[in-house]
Design a protein around this ligand. Structure first.
Ligand code: NAG
Ligand code: NAG
Ligand code: NAG
Length: 654
């Protein structure tokens, strides 16, 4: 492992050799001269700060909680510097939560910040999921057991690079929806969600003996700010349901004025430290402790874009400076994890950018929960400035390389359609959100197939109604793609000398925007009319392809698979069995020669792959595998490879 900071390496070596070679009776004089050397190396910090006793199991007498008064945070009256890291519990397999939390604590952090994704917890209106990987209470309890405090961001909007920033897409079945405002259709849904969510976490607040010391109201509302009544409404919505810990808002520097709420602590989201930001902050709330609530070291990666890199020197410089200025901080992210399934969102700069499957994000732990060089930089730094016990580092999971597999069976999408349940007939195209399925909640994720009959060729024009990427077929023969960049396609005349031809458009939702003012107009699938020679197409058969576990459940559909033909028609599902001897271990799937699609492991959606890069391997947690036979299914949209390789290390791009 290569250390990026020579200085911290030097400090660590001195410290290590100090313990190795200095026997105890050496005497005060000698020891203090060693400390002098260390102090000169770590010039900036002459005194270590002691914040050891302030952990959930030491704190017995709980009356006051976290306070932001004057220039310091205090916890139960004792000065307290919040040193927090974000872990996305929904992006990390539950089996590995504890390891991740223990590593956070061993690094020197005292708090974990978590964001709660409403869209995953209420996948359909009034259908809640707080089980398995979404067992929020279990995660919070575990954090407390590990000795960490919790800052909770219950949203309803959390951003976090999720599809629609973590808001459920079924909200958009209302054509007039105004997300993140006091629009009745929105607040009604929020109230209903909070009525379920808040009772689950209320008893885990600090004053009830739990780890939650602060709660964030919304997220970066200053950048959106469509309704000045919205934040006060949310504050009240939290408080009347029993939230009584310190409340805070979090905004980037330029949005502080709009995002600030009276009597709620304003905190910062930023990449680096700017003087005028403090001036704005103190002009808003006077003398208050500063919490860098979202210190982002890196940024996310998008398909087709060169990978973002980290400059660990800049990060450590920023963290040192924050310590100088007595800031509290939350590092976004400590452990990002994976955009399993279709959970990843998109961003819009000048053009639409869907994000990759890995949410490595340059966290201190890798996607699979392993240590990075930056982890040790942080640990060295924290241990140099704080009085912290040396903790034995939690071990990481073992990785393995399974034997290369050759896919043996397939079924084309066209032959799969009868197994996908009923299609919907509609004169005009319907978007995913307005599809009359899932008891009125529409379709949130995945693909959707539109079929209609045409009698001649010509120019097919999408008018930007294909969201986000549509593969077009004529009589099951591939013609081309319509997407954000391309809105016209030539359809040849009938060559089969039949009276009619079937035109099919397979549209993929590549992720709704995670932020910005345009979230209200986000709809997926065909969001309006598609024209053939200037007349709108009519009379569609619409297949919802959500790719839910029930469809591809292990052993559910053995009869449908056929031995592979060369070349196999696509789009198609490909099937292969992975045999695991002994207990399953983590691995990385490499899909060389495959083009674009989704991988399912024992019926669970692992996530998307795309040869556009930069990501080339998919993380497969050992906890998704079973000893013995495991079923791997790939949905390949375009051109399959035939082999599935495994790696012991990820490759996320250059
Ligand atoms: C940080 O806190 C220390 C200890 O309370 C104090 O001496 C120092 O002046 C503070 N620094 C700043 C920049 O506020
Ligand atoms: C469908 O939705 C209605 C109204 O939202 C609700 O009363 C009903 O229980 C739901 N049915 C199912 C099967 O979820
Ligand atoms: C990928 O395709 C190339 C060229 O056809 C072939 O030589 C190679 O073996 C393939 N690799 C895998 C892993 O399928």
């Amino acid at each position: 492992m290569q250390r990026s900071s020579t200085k911290s390496w030097l400090i660590k070596s001195i410290r290590t050799s100090m313990w190795t070679f200095l026997v105890r009776p050496v005497g005060v004089l000698c020891l203090s001269s060693v400390f002098l050397v260390m102090t000169q190396l770590e010039r900036s910090f002459s005194k270590k700060i002691n914040n050891v006793p302030l952990t959930p199991y030491h704190m017995k007498n709980r009356k006051v909680g976290l306070k932001a008064e004057d220039s310091k945070f205090t916890l139960e009256g004792i000065p307290f510097q919040i040193l927090s890291g974000t872990i996305h519990y929904f992006r990390v397999p539950r089996e590995y939560w504890k390891n991740s939390l223990q590593k956070l604590q061993a690094c020197g952090f005292n708090t974990v910040t978590i964001y709660i994704p409403w869209n995953l917890h209420e996948p359909r209106r009034d259908l809640f999921d707080f089980a398995h990987n979404l067992d929020l209470r279990a995660f919070l309890t575990m954090a407390s057991e590990v000795g960490l405090w919790v800052i909770l961001s219950p949203g309803p909007y959390i951003g976090s690079d999720l599809d629609l920033g973590g808001l459920p897409s079924w909200l958009l079945s209302d054509p007039n929806m105004k997300l993140r405002t006091t629009y009745k259709g929105f607040t009604k849904a929020v109230n209903h969600y909070f009525n379920t969510l808040i009772p689950k976490i209320e008893s885990l607040q600090y004053k009830e003996g739990g780890p939650i010391i602060a709660v964030q109201v919304e997220n970066e509302y200053g950048a959106y700010h469509l309704d000045k009544h919205y934040l006060p409404y949310l504050k009240k919505a939290l408080q009347i349901r029993g939230i009584k810990e310190l409340l805070m808002t979090a905004d980037a520097g330029q949005d502080l004025r709009n995002g600030h709420l009276k009597n709620v602590l304003a905190t910062l989201h930023m990449k680096n430290i700017k003087k005028n930001t403090y001036e704005t902050l103190s002009s808003i709330q006077g003398r208050h402790p500063i919490l860098m609530m979202l210190y982002t070291a890196k940024s996310l990666d998008s398909w087709g874009i060169v990978r973002n890199t980290l400059d660990s020197h800049v990060i450590m410089e920023n963290v040192r400076e924050m310590f100088h200025l007595n800031f509290s901080l939350n590092l976004y992210v400590f452990h990002g994890g994976t955009n399993f399934g279709f959970m990843g969102g998109a961003m819009s700069l000048d053009y639409y950018l869907p994000m990759v499957t890995s949410y490595d994000y340059g966290g201190l732990l890798t996607e699979d929960g392993d240590y990075t060089p930056e982890y040790f930089n942080f640990q060295d730094f924290f241990h140099s400035v704080l009085e912290l016990p040396r903790i034995i580092l939690p071990v990481s999971k073992l990785k393995t390389v399974y034997n290369t597999l050759t896919v043996t069976h397939y079924i084309s999408l066209w032959n799969m359609l009868p197994y996908l349940g009923k299609f919907i007939r509609s004169t005009k195209p319907l978007s995913m959100e307005t599809l009359p399925i899932n008891n009125g909640s529409g379709q949130s994720f995945g693909y959707i197939l539109y079929e209609t009959v045409i009698t001649s060729g010509g120019f097919l024009t999408s008018k930007n109604h294909v969201q986000d990427r549509g593969q077009v077929y004529l009589n099951e023969k591939y013609l081309g793609v319509l997407d954000h960049a391309k809105d016209q396609l030539f359809i040849p005349d009938n060559q089969d000398h039949k009276d009619y031809m079937t035109l099919s458009i397979l549209v993929e939702n590549q992720g709704r925007l995670a932020s910005g003012l345009n979230i209200n107009t986000e709809r997926k699938g065909l969001t309006g009319d598609i024209y053939l020679n200037n007349s709108p197409l009519r009379k569609f058969k619409i297949y919802s392809l959500e790719m839910k576990p029930s469809l591809l459940k292990k052993g559910n559909t053995p009869k449908i698979w056929k031995p592979i033909l060369y070349p196999p028609p696509t789009p198609a599902f490909f099937h292969v069995t992975l045999r695991v001897s002994g207990s399953p271990k983590d691995t990385f799937i490499r899909l060389k020669n495959w083009t674009k699609g989704v991988v399912f492991i024992n019926g669970r959606n692992l996530g998307r792959y795309w040869n556009k890069g930069p990501q080339e391997t998919l993380y497969l947690p050992g906890s998704w595998l079973e000893p013995g036979q495991n079923e791997i299914i790939l949905f390949e949209e375009f051109k399959p490879g035939f082999q599935i390789e495994f790696r012991s290390t990820p490759f996320l791009g250059y």
